[in-house]
Design a protein. Sequence first.
Length: 656
Amino acid sequence: MKGRSHRKQILLFLVTVLLPSLVLIGLTVRMIGQEKELAQKRLTEERRRVAREIGQHFLARLESIKLQEVSAVSERQSLPAEINYVNPEVVLICLIDGRQLVLPWERNQQTENVRQYLSDPAFSQKIRLAETEEFVQENYTRAARLYYQALNSAKFPIQREYARLLFARALSKSSQKAEALTHYREILTQPFTLSDEYGIPLSLYAAGRLLEIGEDYEDILNQIQVEIQKERWLSPSGSYLLLDLLEDFLLSTPEAEIIKAANDCKELIQKHIQKLDQAIALQNDFLALGFMSNLGDQNDKKTPFWVLYGNNPWLVSLSTPVSERPPFLVAVSAQKIIASLRADSNFREAFPVDFDIVPENDADGLSLGTNLQDSAITFTGNKGQMFSTPWSIQPAFYLLALLLILGITLFGAYLLWRDVRREVQMAEMRSQFVSSVSHELKTPLTAIRMFAETLRLGRSKDTKTQNEYLDTIVNESQRLTRLLNNVLDFSKIEQGKRLYRPESASLYEIVKSAARAMEYPLSQKGFKLDVQTDDGLPNVHVDHDAMEQALLNLLHNAMKYSGESKEIGLHLKRKDSHALIQVIDKGIGIDPQEQKRIFEKFYRIPSPENERIVGTGLGLALVSHIVDAHGGSLELESELGKGSTFSIYLPLEKES
Ligand code: ADP
């Protein structure tokens, strides 16, 4: 029965408290999740917006660069062979011939001139004659003379230096080394623009020869440095030759300082070669980039578009074709544009993020807009506060709220649980009380009836026995009265109606009267009551009957819970300004843990031996109430198995 109601309580508790709590937790978790998702979405949206805006800045910058380059080219009437374009971000500008990209070193005015001058009939015939002497007749002296004639009759620098190169070769073959060196040195001083039809500077040929036969390291390096600094497009053949030359150079010179300078040059030329490679690749892929389909309809003023190309990416676009002039291609370094945009403080303020331009198929890439084809932006490192996540506060807030609500709910549930448990216990105690009272009523009533009937039938004739029977009847009815008094008093106390009529009274009288009342029941059970009283104790202000009732309750308990012991003490003495009444037994004693609770109404210690002793759990509650009502105090000293001492302190009246 008890177990079932317990299970019901637990079930009820689970349903009313834990279930809603679980639902609350679930909802909060869901809410936090949604909040997070929303924040993530907002963040993505924000990143997209920033990407688009940066894309617009990019496009504006690119278009203005293109415009400047286009007008520069139209002013100059030719494409520049130098790399130093108007804008430092530009890496390449080249013409489009038909559907073919013409790279700067391929077909410029200069290479045309070289071709034309070197194939000039008068000049080329002289050279051919000399070459026949040199290679067929192997008459180097004569060949040298013929080359020299060609040199003297040259009309253009390229013819002269070309002839000089061959002349120097013939001289060195005819063992005129010193003279050959002078001429090679002369050629070395020529700028890179003076190059043959393959775009190879004549000075590089001379440098190669000088490296072989002379030791002009410094001069060679100087010349290379000066020419590289000019940032001209050098043809691939020229570039590779220069790279070879530098490697030979590094192998043959022992001087550390020169080696360092040469290495720097080598690095520059390697970078140049990378650029050449990318340009050549662009030339090959040009049609695939889709510019030409756009160009087909020349009058259709389509919005300009830029395509991302290459590893160290370039943004490539075509100039809008103007009347009969062919369009040309402008390529700009993406990295350099980023750097130039970031150098602008307004831009930095508006977009305090680091970013990179990547091909559009990059997983993290965000579109920069339709005008920047194949290109996307990625945000690298988030130094700025641009994309800080504001949601981190909200989940914390939700969590806190959840914890608070859960805390309050659980605390409330605990209080409820405690109350319910008390209530249940009280109900149990009440029902036990009813059965105890009935039991306690039944025992004396049975005795009274039995002895009264025996007397009426006149079965026992001798007066001694008759007196004994009458004593028992009186005693049992006294017990009944005490019990009923207890119950009645208790109900009055519960209703707040118990009134005491205190008057000056002698405690000695009260103690004696209680001892007298106990005489018969004690002697019946073989108890010895040791009464000790101090003489001359002043009166106390008490309700005589109530105080006697309290003492009787304590004495009856001493009797009930004495176990094997048959000794009870009842002491009255003075303790400073108080009278002290002690009821002492040497019985079963009380567990320290139970010592507080036994004064509660209906409470009985739930021990197996206690169950065999009848009781209502009201006695001590009444004693406690009576003592309190008289301004006294009640103390208990007890040890399990050794007995208990209940002490009542009552204030003495002032001695007159
Ligand atoms: P009851 O009618 O059960 O005696 P009381 O209020 O008088 O009710 O006592 C409450 C409980 O205190 C008792 O059930 C008993 O377990 C314990 N108790 C009271 N007096 C003594 C005592 N002298 N020795 C041991 N236990 C006692």
